[in-house]
Design a protein around this ligand. Structure first.
Ligand SMILES: Cc1cc2nc3c(=O)[nH]c(=O)nc-3n(C[C@H](O)[C@H](O)[C@H](O)COP(=O)(O)OP(=O)(O)OC[C@H]3O[C@@H](n4cnc5c(N)ncnc54)[C@H](O)[C@@H]3O)c2cc1C
Length: 239
């Protein structure tokens, strides 16, 4: 499929955690950037690969400044991310599509939502959660379950901790797979333990999953035993 790419500008690149950067992208004035939280864009990169485009979820909530944010983890064996990490700086030009994809929230949120992610899979959930809260969209309960290896890998940690303190009905549950109880007082293990413990009876909660195949496969299989209807499980796969 042929995509239309626009000549955009990367306004800033920030280090977020070891191996993860935030890229801020501005679209040209003649393009009206509109998106739904959960969508992604494709970047066309000048790399020596049969396939030169790479997909990235939008990590920011929709705004009015023709900009969006991406959260990208370096794959040292890959072609696209080493290019992005080594060559793209504030002021760099980049070719990007308009937002695409159908991973999105329901028009009306009439029940609890649990967002489950690993690593940069948090990107679309940050966009969704900030959109709901900033725009005062009605909701009952939002739980963000975020799995990473180490404490230092927790992306947007301060933001989510602050939000959990300030906003009733928002819960942030970081889960570390490589921590030990002497260094981390929070949850240790994998994201799956959280929903398995919480739901021992069928539920109408919506489950949003994002990340790589292994986590998604296990979560989808387990959640099918928990939900009343399979349509309660929505997912975005990064591979
Ligand atoms: C919808 C979606 C959203 C995503 N969002 C994010 C995000 O927010 N943050 C993030 O860190 N990652 C995200 N990813 C993963 C991202 O698109 C890249 O796969 C990742 O950054 C690794 O890219 P790379 O070029 O470094 O690795 P590479 O191994 O060079 O390429 C990765 C992928 O590109 C494709 N590809 C490359 N070459 C070929 C080829 N010759 N033939 C067929 N396919 C090929 C394959 O799908 C491959 O898995 C997302 C993926 C998808 C599908």
């Amino acid at each position: 499929m042929a995509y239309t790419y626009y000549n955009c500008t990367v306004t800033e690149v920030l280090d977020e955690t070891p191996g993860v950067k935030r890229f801020f992208i501005r679209y040209p004035d003649e393009v009206a950037l509109r998106f739904k939280p959960g969508q992604f864009i494709m970047l066309d990169l000048p790399i020596n690969s049969k396939i030169t485009n790479r997909s990235y979820s939008i990590a920011s909530a929709p705004g009015t400044d023709n900009m969006l944010e991406l959260l990208i983890v370096l794959n040292p064996q890959g072609l696209g991310t080493p290019y992005l990490f080594d060559h793209i700086k504030g002021g760099s030009a980049i070719k990007a599509t308009l937002p695409i994809g159908k991973f999105s929230l329901p028009e009306t949120i009439d029940r609890d939502i649990m967002f489950i992610c690993t690593g940069t899979g948090v990107a679309p959930f940050r966009s969704m959660i900030f959109d709901i809260i900033r725009n005062k969209k009605p909701y009952t309960k939002l739980s963000l379950v975020m799995g990473v290896r180490h404490e230092s890998d927790l992306m947007y940690r301060k933001e989510f901790e602050e939000l959990a303190k300030q906003v009733s009905g928002f819960e942030y549950i970081p889960v570390l797979s490589r921590a030990t109880p002497d260094t981390w007082s929070g949850r240790i293990g994998y994201v799956h333990q959280i929903y398995r413990e919480r739901y021992n009876e069928p539920t109408n909660t919506l489950f949003y999953l994002c990340g790589w195949t292994a986590m998604l496969k296990e979560a989808r299989e387990s959640l099918q035993q928990i939900v009343l209807d399979r349509k309660q499980i929505k997912f975005e796969s990064y591979d």
